[in-house]
Design a protein around this ligand. Sequence first.
Ligand SMILES: [Zn+2]
Length: 161
Amino acid sequence: MLRKHEATFELWRFAARYSLIELERYYRKDSKVFATIKKVLRLPSEGIESFLKQGMPIAILNEVIRDVVSNLDSGICNMCLLEATTSWGRGLCQTCAVAQERLTEMAAKRDILKVNAEERATAAASLAEQARWEAREAERARLDARAAEDQWFIAAEKAKM
Ligand SMILES: [Zn+2]
């Protein structure tokens, strides 16, 4: 079950693979996670190919690369194109970085609620299936008992003849 613990590379990878878009963004905003992503991209044995092999969608990787490239620029804000991004990194100015973070957090919560609702629905469906199975078994047992009773009755009638 997904909870918004401390962001880790593993959680980021999970969110990326399953296209939990807002959660992926949320984890990617963590500086330690982002540093690990960049490290993997730099490794000759890993790189973007390893992410692709792990089943990450191109759309997600596109955003990751855009983020990495934006990170290289220290010029103007990528979002409002007005303020300087000095010391805020990620290609955003302070105002946009804070706004973006709040949006991402809200959306990540929505993703978590969605996952939890799906888990509950799956659990309910399996309980219902179990109940149906038990009902079928009970019916079968009742029919077996009835058949045994009939057999006994027939045997008893024959014995009288
Ligand atoms: Zn800005």
